[in-house]
Ligand binder design. Sequence first.
Ligand SMILES: [Zn+2]
Length: 164
Amino acid sequence: MKIWTQIQTQTQPQTAKGVYVLAIEVHGATRVGRLGLHRFDGLYLYVGSALGPGGLKRVERHRAVASGQNRTKRWHIDYLLALGKLKGVFVLETGERLECALAQELEKRFEPAVRGFGSSDCRCETHLFRTSGPWERLVLEAQARVRRRTVGRWSGGRASSTRR
Ligand SMILES: [Zn+2]
C-alpha cells in the first residue's frame, strides 16, 4: 500500500514552504538521538515544518532517509524513517509557523507517542503521535482545520506565481 497525497503548491515548487505530516509504519526499537532507546509498533504520525530557505525540499530529504539513500541522522524523525516505512506525506503550503497548531489538532485525534519528539524548540509535549485505527481522513481533517484558521491572512503565493 502506498499513499502519497499530492503536494500542491501555488508558488514555484523550489521556493514553496509549508508544514506537513508524515505517516510512518514502524515496528522495532531504535535510539532516537538524545531521547534514548524507544520501541515502536504501529502507525506513527509526525508533524514537521519546512519554512527555511530550502522549503519543501526537506520532504524530499525525508523520502531519501526513508529509502536508505541518505543515512545521516540529524533530526529525531531520521531515526524513525531509517527503521520504518513512509506511508504518506500530507503537505499544507504556508509561510506561517503552523506546525504546533497542527500538532495540537493531531493530539485531539491520536495518542501522543514519545515525549519531546520533534518538539525541542517549542512547547508541545511531542510532535509524534500513534494511531491504531483509521488515520488518513483524520489527518486531512486536522490539516483542514488548521488551514481554515488561517483563511483571511493566508495569501499564499498567488502574487509570486505570476512572476517567472
Ligand atoms: Zn510544537
